[in-house]
Write a protein that binds this ligand. Structure first.
Ligand code: SF4
Length: 358
Protein backbone atom coordinates (compact mmCIF):
# COMPACT_ATOMS: atom_id res chain seq x y z
CA UNK A 1 0.00 0.00 0.00
CA UNK A 2 2.86 2.37 0.75
CA UNK A 3 4.27 1.67 -2.74
CA UNK A 4 0.92 2.73 -4.22
CA UNK A 5 0.93 5.93 -2.15
CA UNK A 6 4.52 6.67 -3.22
CA UNK A 7 3.56 6.19 -6.87
CA UNK A 8 0.64 8.59 -6.42
CA UNK A 9 2.91 11.16 -4.78
CA UNK A 10 5.44 10.90 -7.61
CA UNK A 11 2.86 11.79 -10.29
CA UNK A 12 0.12 13.74 -8.54
CA UNK A 13 1.97 15.21 -5.56
CA UNK A 14 0.15 16.09 -2.37
CA UNK A 15 -2.84 17.48 -4.20
CA UNK A 16 -6.22 15.77 -4.29
CA UNK A 17 -8.93 17.00 -6.62
CA UNK A 18 -12.70 17.01 -7.06
CA UNK A 19 -15.18 18.32 -9.62
CA UNK A 20 -17.99 20.64 -8.56
CA UNK A 21 -20.93 19.33 -10.52
CA UNK A 22 -24.66 19.23 -10.85
CA UNK A 23 -26.32 15.87 -11.56
CA UNK A 24 -29.10 15.61 -14.10
CA UNK A 25 -30.80 12.18 -14.25
CA UNK A 26 -32.10 12.52 -17.81
CA UNK A 27 -34.07 9.29 -17.48
CA UNK A 28 -34.24 6.63 -14.81
CA UNK A 29 -35.81 4.12 -17.18
CA UNK A 30 -33.40 1.45 -18.41
CA UNK A 31 -33.60 -1.78 -20.40
CA UNK A 32 -31.29 -3.47 -17.86
CA UNK A 33 -32.15 -4.58 -14.33
CA UNK A 34 -28.87 -4.82 -12.40
CA UNK A 35 -29.28 -6.52 -9.03
CA UNK A 36 -27.70 -3.63 -7.09
CA UNK A 37 -29.42 -0.67 -8.79
CA UNK A 38 -31.76 1.75 -7.00
CA UNK A 39 -31.62 4.36 -9.75
CA UNK A 40 -33.68 2.41 -12.27
CA UNK A 41 -37.48 2.71 -12.24
CA UNK A 42 -39.86 0.50 -14.18
CA UNK A 43 -42.13 2.62 -16.42
CA UNK A 44 -45.11 1.51 -14.31
CA UNK A 45 -43.52 3.26 -11.30
CA UNK A 46 -44.89 6.81 -10.91
CA UNK A 47 -41.31 7.98 -10.26
CA UNK A 48 -40.16 6.85 -13.75
CA UNK A 49 -39.33 9.94 -15.79
CA UNK A 50 -37.73 11.47 -18.83
CA UNK A 51 -36.77 15.06 -17.97
CA UNK A 52 -38.05 17.80 -20.25
CA UNK A 53 -35.69 20.48 -21.64
CA UNK A 54 -37.20 22.92 -19.10
CA UNK A 55 -36.39 20.57 -16.21
CA UNK A 56 -32.86 20.05 -17.51
CA UNK A 57 -32.28 23.81 -17.75
CA UNK A 58 -33.82 24.45 -14.34
CA UNK A 59 -31.38 22.00 -12.75
CA UNK A 60 -28.46 23.32 -14.81
CA UNK A 61 -29.11 26.91 -13.73
CA UNK A 62 -29.22 25.87 -10.09
CA UNK A 63 -25.81 24.30 -10.57
CA UNK A 64 -24.47 27.35 -12.37
CA UNK A 65 -25.61 29.64 -9.54
CA UNK A 66 -23.80 27.38 -7.04
CA UNK A 67 -20.47 27.61 -8.85
CA UNK A 68 -20.60 24.21 -10.60
CA UNK A 69 -18.49 23.79 -13.72
CA UNK A 70 -19.69 20.35 -14.75
CA UNK A 71 -23.13 18.98 -15.55
CA UNK A 72 -23.26 15.20 -15.31
CA UNK A 73 -26.00 13.54 -17.33
CA UNK A 74 -26.73 10.13 -15.86
CA UNK A 75 -29.27 7.86 -17.53
CA UNK A 76 -30.47 4.33 -17.97
CA UNK A 77 -29.40 2.27 -20.97
CA UNK A 78 -31.57 2.46 -24.11
CA UNK A 79 -34.98 2.30 -22.38
CA UNK A 80 -36.74 2.89 -25.71
CA UNK A 81 -35.59 -0.52 -26.92
CA UNK A 82 -37.63 -2.20 -24.19
CA UNK A 83 -40.51 0.03 -23.12
CA UNK A 84 -43.31 1.68 -25.11
CA UNK A 85 -43.60 4.32 -22.35
CA UNK A 86 -39.98 5.40 -22.98
CA UNK A 87 -40.61 5.55 -26.73
CA UNK A 88 -43.69 7.71 -26.16
CA UNK A 89 -41.87 10.08 -23.78
CA UNK A 90 -39.05 10.49 -26.31
CA UNK A 91 -41.52 11.01 -29.17
CA UNK A 92 -43.11 13.83 -27.16
CA UNK A 93 -39.67 15.52 -27.29
CA UNK A 94 -39.33 14.84 -31.02
CA UNK A 95 -36.89 11.94 -30.75
CA UNK A 96 -36.82 8.19 -31.22
CA UNK A 97 -33.58 7.44 -29.37
CA UNK A 98 -32.31 8.46 -25.95
CA UNK A 99 -28.86 9.22 -27.37
CA UNK A 100 -30.28 11.73 -29.86
CA UNK A 101 -32.23 13.41 -27.08
CA UNK A 102 -29.15 13.42 -24.85
CA UNK A 103 -27.10 15.11 -27.60
CA UNK A 104 -29.79 17.77 -27.95
CA UNK A 105 -29.81 18.36 -24.18
CA UNK A 106 -26.00 18.67 -24.10
CA UNK A 107 -26.21 21.28 -26.88
CA UNK A 108 -28.90 23.12 -24.92
CA UNK A 109 -26.69 23.21 -21.80
CA UNK A 110 -23.73 24.49 -23.82
CA UNK A 111 -25.86 27.16 -25.47
CA UNK A 112 -27.70 28.39 -22.39
CA UNK A 113 -25.21 27.95 -19.53
CA UNK A 114 -21.51 28.04 -18.73
CA UNK A 115 -21.46 24.36 -17.69
CA UNK A 116 -19.48 21.56 -19.35
CA UNK A 117 -21.59 18.45 -20.03
CA UNK A 118 -20.12 15.06 -19.08
CA UNK A 119 -22.27 12.10 -20.13
CA UNK A 120 -22.60 8.70 -18.51
CA UNK A 121 -24.59 7.08 -21.27
CA UNK A 122 -23.47 3.48 -20.89
CA UNK A 123 -22.55 1.38 -23.90
CA UNK A 124 -22.34 3.39 -27.12
CA UNK A 125 -21.98 2.60 -30.82
CA UNK A 126 -19.54 4.38 -33.12
CA UNK A 127 -22.34 6.58 -34.46
CA UNK A 128 -23.54 7.48 -30.96
CA UNK A 129 -20.04 8.46 -29.86
CA UNK A 130 -19.68 10.64 -32.95
CA UNK A 131 -22.95 12.37 -32.10
CA UNK A 132 -22.05 13.07 -28.49
CA UNK A 133 -18.40 14.03 -28.90
CA UNK A 134 -18.92 17.63 -30.13
CA UNK A 135 -21.36 18.44 -27.31
CA UNK A 136 -19.80 16.58 -24.38
CA UNK A 137 -16.48 17.60 -22.85
CA UNK A 138 -15.83 14.09 -21.57
CA UNK A 139 -17.71 10.81 -21.21
CA UNK A 140 -17.83 7.89 -18.85
CA UNK A 141 -19.00 4.33 -18.42
CA UNK A 142 -18.12 2.07 -15.52
CA UNK A 143 -16.62 -1.17 -16.82
CA UNK A 144 -17.62 -2.57 -13.39
CA UNK A 145 -16.33 -6.09 -14.01
CA UNK A 146 -15.09 -8.44 -16.71
CA UNK A 147 -16.77 -11.43 -15.08
CA UNK A 148 -19.09 -13.22 -17.50
CA UNK A 149 -20.24 -15.45 -14.61
CA UNK A 150 -22.13 -12.51 -13.11
CA UNK A 151 -24.40 -12.39 -16.15
CA UNK A 152 -25.66 -15.93 -15.54
CA UNK A 153 -29.03 -16.67 -13.97
CA UNK A 154 -28.97 -15.57 -10.32
CA UNK A 155 -26.10 -13.10 -10.96
CA UNK A 156 -26.43 -9.31 -10.68
CA UNK A 157 -26.11 -8.84 -14.45
CA UNK A 158 -28.50 -11.58 -15.52
CA UNK A 159 -30.60 -10.44 -18.53
CA UNK A 160 -28.68 -7.13 -18.72
CA UNK A 161 -27.47 -6.93 -22.33
CA UNK A 162 -25.39 -3.81 -21.67
CA UNK A 163 -23.50 -5.44 -18.81
CA UNK A 164 -21.91 -8.16 -20.89
CA UNK A 165 -18.20 -7.40 -20.45
CA UNK A 166 -17.58 -7.63 -24.20
CA UNK A 167 -20.04 -4.79 -24.84
CA UNK A 168 -18.46 -2.54 -22.24
CA UNK A 169 -14.94 -3.30 -23.42
CA UNK A 170 -16.04 -2.42 -26.95
CA UNK A 171 -17.31 0.97 -25.78
CA UNK A 172 -13.99 1.62 -23.99
CA UNK A 173 -12.17 0.82 -27.22
CA UNK A 174 -14.44 2.92 -29.43
CA UNK A 175 -14.10 5.91 -27.11
CA UNK A 176 -10.33 5.51 -27.36
CA UNK A 177 -10.42 5.36 -31.15
CA UNK A 178 -12.36 8.65 -31.11
CA UNK A 179 -10.02 10.27 -28.56
CA UNK A 180 -12.73 10.91 -26.00
CA UNK A 181 -11.38 11.75 -22.50
CA UNK A 182 -12.98 8.85 -20.68
CA UNK A 183 -13.86 7.87 -17.12
CA UNK A 184 -14.36 4.26 -16.16
CA UNK A 185 -14.02 2.07 -13.11
CA UNK A 186 -14.80 -1.03 -11.10
CA UNK A 187 -17.75 -1.82 -8.89
CA UNK A 188 -16.34 -4.10 -6.24
CA UNK A 189 -18.09 -6.65 -4.06
CA UNK A 190 -20.82 -7.80 -6.47
CA UNK A 191 -19.56 -11.39 -6.59
CA UNK A 192 -16.38 -11.04 -8.62
CA UNK A 193 -13.17 -12.80 -7.62
CA UNK A 194 -9.90 -11.00 -6.82
CA UNK A 195 -8.45 -12.35 -10.10
CA UNK A 196 -11.40 -10.93 -12.05
CA UNK A 197 -10.80 -7.54 -10.44
CA UNK A 198 -7.17 -7.57 -11.53
CA UNK A 199 -8.23 -8.71 -15.00
CA UNK A 200 -10.63 -5.74 -15.24
CA UNK A 201 -7.88 -3.30 -14.23
CA UNK A 202 -5.54 -4.88 -16.79
CA UNK A 203 -8.18 -4.53 -19.53
CA UNK A 204 -8.58 -0.81 -18.73
CA UNK A 205 -4.82 -0.34 -18.74
CA UNK A 206 -4.51 -2.15 -22.09
CA UNK A 207 -7.15 0.13 -23.68
CA UNK A 208 -5.33 3.19 -22.28
CA UNK A 209 -1.98 1.99 -23.68
CA UNK A 210 -3.58 1.73 -27.11
CA UNK A 211 -5.35 5.09 -27.07
CA UNK A 212 -4.26 7.24 -24.09
CA UNK A 213 -7.85 8.25 -23.35
CA UNK A 214 -8.54 6.92 -19.83
CA UNK A 215 -8.48 10.03 -17.67
CA UNK A 216 -9.70 8.44 -14.46
CA UNK A 217 -10.64 5.14 -12.87
CA UNK A 218 -13.19 4.95 -10.07
CA UNK A 219 -13.03 2.21 -7.47
CA UNK A 220 -16.55 2.02 -6.12
CA UNK A 221 -17.72 -0.27 -3.37
CA UNK A 222 -21.05 -2.10 -3.60
CA UNK A 223 -23.48 -0.86 -0.95
CA UNK A 224 -26.55 -2.72 0.24
CA UNK A 225 -29.79 -0.82 -0.14
CA UNK A 226 -33.28 -1.77 0.95
CA UNK A 227 -35.50 -3.12 -1.82
CA UNK A 228 -32.76 -4.15 -4.29
CA UNK A 229 -32.27 -7.76 -5.39
CA UNK A 230 -28.91 -7.79 -3.55
CA UNK A 231 -30.14 -6.24 -0.33
CA UNK A 232 -28.69 -9.12 1.73
CA UNK A 233 -25.43 -9.46 -0.22
CA UNK A 234 -22.35 -8.73 1.95
CA UNK A 235 -20.59 -5.43 1.34
CA UNK A 236 -16.85 -5.36 0.67
CA UNK A 237 -14.80 -4.54 3.75
CA UNK A 238 -12.66 -1.44 4.07
CA UNK A 239 -9.52 -3.56 3.75
CA UNK A 240 -10.86 -5.11 0.54
CA UNK A 241 -11.47 -1.61 -0.79
CA UNK A 242 -7.99 -0.42 0.17
CA UNK A 243 -6.29 -3.46 -1.39
CA UNK A 244 -8.19 -2.86 -4.62
CA UNK A 245 -7.30 0.84 -4.70
CA UNK A 246 -3.63 0.01 -4.12
CA UNK A 247 -3.69 -2.69 -6.83
CA UNK A 248 -5.27 -0.21 -9.24
CA UNK A 249 -2.55 2.36 -8.54
CA UNK A 250 0.14 -0.27 -9.20
CA UNK A 251 -1.45 -1.70 -12.38
CA UNK A 252 -2.66 1.50 -14.07
CA UNK A 253 -0.40 3.99 -15.83
CA UNK A 254 0.56 6.68 -13.32
CA UNK A 255 -1.13 9.47 -15.31
CA UNK A 256 -4.55 7.84 -14.87
CA UNK A 257 -6.34 9.55 -12.00
CA UNK A 258 -7.55 7.21 -9.29
CA UNK A 259 -10.78 8.02 -7.53
CA UNK A 260 -12.93 6.67 -4.74
CA UNK A 261 -16.26 8.31 -3.96
CA UNK A 262 -16.11 10.37 -0.75
CA UNK A 263 -19.78 9.88 0.10
CA UNK A 264 -19.40 6.11 0.21
CA UNK A 265 -16.96 6.07 3.07
CA UNK A 266 -16.01 8.31 5.92
CA UNK A 267 -12.51 6.79 5.74
CA UNK A 268 -11.01 9.57 3.65
CA UNK A 269 -7.54 9.32 5.13
CA UNK A 270 -7.36 5.56 4.56
CA UNK A 271 -8.27 5.99 0.89
CA UNK A 272 -5.55 8.61 0.51
CA UNK A 273 -3.09 6.19 2.13
CA UNK A 274 -3.96 3.55 -0.50
CA UNK A 275 -3.11 5.83 -3.42
CA UNK A 276 -6.13 7.80 -4.62
CA UNK A 277 -5.71 11.38 -5.89
CA UNK A 278 -9.30 12.38 -6.59
CA UNK A 279 -12.76 12.34 -4.97
CA UNK A 280 -14.84 12.63 -8.12
CA UNK A 281 -17.93 14.76 -8.39
CA UNK A 282 -19.26 16.66 -5.42
CA UNK A 283 -22.53 18.49 -5.84
CA UNK A 284 -23.62 21.50 -3.83
CA UNK A 285 -27.16 21.27 -5.23
CA UNK A 286 -28.21 17.71 -5.91
CA UNK A 287 -28.13 14.38 -4.15
CA UNK A 288 -26.15 11.48 -5.54
CA UNK A 289 -28.93 9.81 -7.54
CA UNK A 290 -27.01 6.57 -7.81
CA UNK A 291 -26.51 6.31 -4.03
CA UNK A 292 -29.30 8.53 -2.71
CA UNK A 293 -29.00 7.39 0.89
CA UNK A 294 -25.46 8.80 1.17
CA UNK A 295 -24.88 12.52 1.64
CA UNK A 296 -22.01 14.25 -0.14
CA UNK A 297 -19.35 15.27 2.35
CA UNK A 298 -19.47 18.92 3.21
CA UNK A 299 -16.71 20.42 1.12
CA UNK A 300 -14.97 22.30 3.89
CA UNK A 301 -14.96 19.18 6.11
CA UNK A 302 -13.44 17.16 3.26
CA UNK A 303 -10.82 19.88 2.68
CA UNK A 304 -9.98 19.79 6.40
CA UNK A 305 -9.54 16.02 6.48
CA UNK A 306 -7.33 16.20 3.35
CA UNK A 307 -5.35 18.98 4.97
CA UNK A 308 -4.86 16.96 8.16
CA UNK A 309 -3.45 14.13 6.02
CA UNK A 310 -1.06 16.53 4.26
CA UNK A 311 -3.05 17.08 1.05
CA UNK A 312 -4.47 20.21 -0.54
CA UNK A 313 -7.98 19.87 -1.95
CA UNK A 314 -8.37 21.59 -5.33
CA UNK A 315 -11.12 21.84 -7.89
CA UNK A 316 -10.68 20.43 -11.38
CA UNK A 317 -12.86 20.50 -14.47
CA UNK A 318 -14.59 17.40 -15.86
CA UNK A 319 -11.67 17.14 -18.30
CA UNK A 320 -8.30 16.46 -16.68
CA UNK A 321 -5.42 18.91 -17.22
CA UNK A 322 -3.41 16.81 -19.66
CA UNK A 323 -6.34 16.76 -22.10
CA UNK A 324 -6.80 20.52 -21.84
CA UNK A 325 -3.20 21.36 -22.61
CA UNK A 326 -1.87 22.39 -26.00
CA UNK A 327 -3.37 21.06 -29.20
CA UNK A 328 -4.07 17.57 -27.86
CA UNK A 329 -6.55 15.76 -30.16
CA UNK A 330 -8.88 14.87 -27.33
CA UNK A 331 -11.22 17.84 -27.42
CA UNK A 332 -13.62 18.78 -30.15
CA UNK A 333 -12.54 22.18 -31.55
CA UNK A 334 -15.94 23.61 -30.62
CA UNK A 335 -15.28 22.82 -26.96
CA UNK A 336 -11.56 23.43 -26.72
CA UNK A 337 -11.68 27.22 -26.45
CA UNK A 338 -14.44 27.12 -23.87
CA UNK A 339 -12.62 24.59 -21.71
CA UNK A 340 -9.34 26.50 -21.99
CA UNK A 341 -11.08 29.66 -20.77
CA UNK A 342 -12.28 27.82 -17.66
CA UNK A 343 -8.86 26.38 -16.81
CA UNK A 344 -5.90 28.05 -15.14
CA UNK A 345 -2.39 27.44 -16.37
CA UNK A 346 -2.02 24.07 -14.63
CA UNK A 347 -5.30 22.86 -16.15
CA UNK A 348 -7.36 22.88 -12.94
CA UNK A 349 -10.44 25.09 -12.51
CA UNK A 350 -9.66 28.80 -12.83
CA UNK A 351 -12.30 29.64 -10.27
CA UNK A 352 -11.87 27.53 -7.14
CA UNK A 353 -15.16 27.44 -5.24
CA UNK A 354 -13.43 26.73 -1.93
CA UNK A 355 -11.44 29.95 -2.08
CA UNK A 356 -14.66 31.88 -1.67
CA UNK A 357 -16.20 29.50 0.84
CA UNK A 358 -13.95 29.96 3.84
S1 SF4 B 1 -26.97 0.14 -12.96
FE1 SF4 B 1 -27.26 1.29 -14.87
S2 SF4 B 1 -27.53 -0.28 -16.43
FE2 SF4 B 1 -27.94 -1.27 -14.45
S3 SF4 B 1 -30.14 -1.07 -14.13
FE3 SF4 B 1 -29.18 0.68 -13.11
S4 SF4 B 1 -29.26 2.30 -14.66
FE4 SF4 B 1 -29.59 0.37 -15.74
Amino acid sequence: MSRAADLRDATWGRRVTYSRKVFVPLTNMCRDTCGYCTFVKHPSDPRAALLTPEQVLHQARKGERSGCKELLFSLGEKPEQRYAEAREALAAQGHSSITDYLAEMCALVLRETSLLPHVNAGTLTDAELEKLRPVSASMGMMLETVSRRLAREGGPHHACPDKLPVQRLRTLERAGERKVPFTTGLLIGIGETWEERLEALEAIEAAHRRHGHIQEVIIQNFQRKPGIAMEHHPEPTLSDMLRTIAAARLILSPEISLQAPPNLSKRHVAYLGAGINDWGGISPVTIDFINPQHDWPELRALADSCDAAGFALEERLSVYPRYVAGDAPYLDPALRRRIASMARQDGLARHQALEGAA
